[in-house]
Design a protein around this ligand. Structure first.
Ligand code: MRU
Length: 374
């Protein structure tokens, strides 16, 4: 108990940093007229921040994936509503704003959660009260995200510590996509337990799936782990099964974009294959999530969750930094080959060892999930 408390207070003192300087992924400008974000399309080669002045800026940032990751999408959408209320606070404007933001990306339920929370607060208010109330609520949602992720970090750290105590050696953790600091306001979901464990001095190493086609693992997870001095190795997406067969993975932790009431998990494309390989090799497969990622309206994730299909260009082309210091984009497929680009897949609950939430670690089933809310 004492150990966990010490870890908790240390976590509170040590937010995520870039080049040693504390940095969130989204924050209000000092005049409270806009918000700024880290432009994730520029990482890992450039650290660039962008000012969002309007709801349309926020919507574009989500659509173009300057911000991405389910919790951060939700927070950005909430600020999008707040930015809109500054200019137009009528019922019609509120409706149009919510509709536009909801259409930005389909799969992460946190987008709907953030927008609907804003709408529920604002709709009953007089129009002249909406702008200030919206700004306060968006800031509150952002702060709550930080607290939620710290709690996920504590619970997940307990699991990592237990594995370390059992094996007495470095804990090898495999993760897919980016469910770290960059996918949230601070700390991350799947990476929060890793940061907490490193902070506690538990020796660990992270296998980072590159996560084609957008390479969130290679570009974002590797970068943020590097910023925090966490030992890691980038691997191609298909390497995980091989590593598990050879005893080189002690646990898998991933994030998620939507969890159904019965515990099916939707996350970045390729997650399902990792869960299958984990089951075959007796490797525990954990999913970290804030409770707003639970979609209580759905049961069967495979058949009910809308999977985002993205542009073929993400598959046909790849960008990177050349030796001359310039970013180039090159084609990797024959010009006439058709392409399909599914952004996410669903891992059935039966393949999930447990869900790590801010309220505790639970089995992936409806009874356990509902008990979380009691
Ligand atoms: O397409 P992205 O980059 O938004 O996908 C992100 C993921 O799949 C993450 O694992 C998920 O959103 C959880 S983020 C804490």
């Amino acid at each position: 108990m004492m150990f966990a408390l010490v870890t908790f207070f240390r976590l509170c003192e040590l937010p995520m940093k870039v080049n040693g300087i504390p940095q969130r992924t989204i924050w209000p400008t000092t005049d409270n007229q806009a918000v700024e974000i880290v432009d994730q399309t520029k990482l890992p080669h450039e650290f660039v921040t962008v000012r969002l002045n309007t709801m349309r800026d926020a919507e574009r940032a989500i659509r173009d994936m300057q911000v991405r990751g389910a919790p951060l999408i939700g927070v950005t959408a909430a600020y999008g509503v707040a930015l809109s209320m500054r200019h137009h606070a009528s019922d019609a404007a509120l409706q149009a704003t919510c509709d536009m933001l909801l259409a930005a990306r389909p799969t992460a339920v946190n987008l709907r959660w953030g927008v609907e929370r804003m709408r529920a607060l604002l709709a009953p208010l007089a129009t002249e009260q909406r702008a200030d109330a919206a700004w306060r609520e968006a800031a509150l949602i952002a702060e709550e995200d930080v607290e939620i992720n710290k709690a996920i970090g504590r619970y997940g750290c307990d699991i990592i510590r237990t594995i370390h105590q059992r094996t007495g050696r470095t804990v090898n953790i495999l993760t897919h996509c980016n469910a770290g600091w960059l996918a949230t306001v601070d700390w991350g979901t799947a990476l929060a337990p890793i940061y907490a464990a490193v902070e506690e001095g538990i020796p660990l190493h992270v296998w980072v799936d590159e996560t084609r086609p957008r390479n969130q693992g290679a570009s974002l997870t590797a970068w943020e782990l590097g910023q925090h001095g966490v030992a890691h190795t980038v691997i191609v997406d298909n390497a995980g099964g091989h590593l598990m067969q050879h005893g080189k993975v002690d646990m898998v932790i991933v994030g998620c974009d939507r969890v159904t009431a019965r515990g099916d998990v939707c996350n970045k494309i390729g997650t399902y294959l990792k869960a299958l390989a984990a089951l075959d090799n007796g490797v525990p497969f954990y999913v970290a999530l804030p409770t707003p990622t639970i979609d209580w309206t759905l049961q069967d994730g495979v058949n009910e969750i809308v999977i985002e299909e993205r542009t073929a260009a993400e598959v046909t082309h790849i960008s990177g930094l050349a030796d001359d210091g310039q970013i180039y984009t090159v084609r990797v497929t024959p010009p006439d080959s058709p392409v399909a680009n599914y952004g996410f897949d669903v891992t059935p609950a039966r393949l999930v060892t447990a869900l790590i939430t801010e309220r505790g670690v639970v089995q992936a089933d409806e009874k356990s999930l509902r008990e979380l809310l009691l």
